[in-house]
Design a protein around this ligand. Structure first.
Ligand SMILES: Nc1ncnc2c1ncn2[C@@H]1O[C@H](COP(=O)(O)OP(=O)(O)OP(=O)(O)O)[C@@H](O)[C@H]1O
Ligand SMILES: [Mg+2]
Length: 297
């Protein structure tokens, strides 16, 4: 059963996409079966996925996670091969997604083609409503992932930098949450807000089990006094959040700032760069932590 990892922080520009894409890239190259899902309308995860038949950006016609959430297609249908594993791309129109769908347009057309009467369609709608079809808004992604979870070792979700229905879907279905943070700004409030959101969701959903795997320091400037004082602050903050600060820190590096323009993930763009090396070390720490939890051998 694949572990779902949501890379989340309500704060923008902290290295969520870089972390998700680097991990997905490294683990794919190591031979793990990886599914990468872009849950951010900005589509940065999609942008760095590259791969065969390079993925067109700003494309609203190819199947995307939006079609999956609207139940217009299955996850399998929306998958394309990429250098960060199997990819389900984002759509710029993701912001328009408002939640629950009892009957997709496609399903309705199929029923019409099969000659269903309006009464039959209405009866089906009523039955689906009673059965909790499409469930509630924040469970739609979880619902869609059920069929493919068993086929992957890891499923990475790159999320948008605010609290939206997309983030709630990512948190609800997650087994683990990785929170990237910058040293320059402890953004304590954003992290405590995120913890409140998770706790509140767990109160309302007894089956939700997301665990914060750890805080990951990114853009780390190792030898500054400032960096070491922030380390202590983050150790405390991790404790308050009931988690740990990962041992690996991701160094600040030019390659990490450049890679997105090249439509490639950092690991393939510049594997020898300090941040790429650090992500490789982080992948080992991540594997160790998930192995301890019995996710894989
Ligand atoms: N270790 C690093 N060294 C240098 N630059 C970095 C590093 N990590 C991230 N960056 C740069 O910081 C910016 C933000 O990174 P990234 O896009 O991964 O953050 P994000 O949290 O996904 O942002 P958003 O909230 O907008 O989705 C990017 O320009 C990225 O190239
Ligand atoms: Mg991002």
């Amino acid at each position: 059963m694949g572990a779902v990892i949501s890379v989340t922080n309500q704060k923008g520009g902290v290295g969520k996409t870089l972390t998700a894409s680097s991990l997905a890239s490294i683990l794919t190259d190591k031979g793990y079966k990886v599914l990468s899902i872009d849950m951010d309308p900005q589509s940065n995860f999609t942008a760095v996925a590259g791969g065969p038949g390079t993925i067109k950006l700003g494309d609203t016609t190819s199947l995307s996670i939006l079609d999956v959430l609207k139940q217009e297609c299955s996850i399998e249908e929306a998958i394309v091969k990429s250098n960060i594993g199997d990819l389900v791309r984002a759509s710029p129109n993701l912001t328009q997604w408002t939640g629950r769908t009892l009957m997709s347009r496609r399903n309705f057309q199929e029923l019409q083609e099969q000659g269903a009467t309006p009464e039959e369609v209405y009866g089906l709608l009523e039955q689906r409503f009673r059965e909790g079809w499409g469930a509630v808004e924040h469970t739609t992604l979880d619902w869609a992932l059920r069929k493919v979870r068993g086929e992957y070792d890891f499923i990475f979700l790159d999320t948008n930098p605010s609290l939206t229905l997309l983030t709630l879907n990512s948190l609800y279905t997650a087994d683990y949450i990785i929170i990237p943070v910058f040293t320059e700004d402890t953004s304590r409030t954003a992290l405590l807000d995120l913890k409140d959101t998770i706790d509140q969701m767990k109160v309302e959903n007894s089956d939700m089990h997301a665990e914060i795997l750890g805080l990951l320091i990114t853009k780390y400037k190792r030898r500054t006094i400032l960096a070491s004082s922030y380390l202590e602050e983050y150790e405390r903050l991790a404790q308050d959040l009931g988690t740990v600060l990962f041992d690996t820190k991701i160094r600040d590096g030019l390659a990490a700032a450049e890679y997105t323009n090249r439509r490639m993930d950092l690991i393939h763009y510049d594997p020898k760069s300090p941040p790429a090396q650090d992500y490789k070390a982080f992948a080992e720490e991540f594997l160790e932590k998930t192995r301890e939890r019995g996710i894989h051998t």
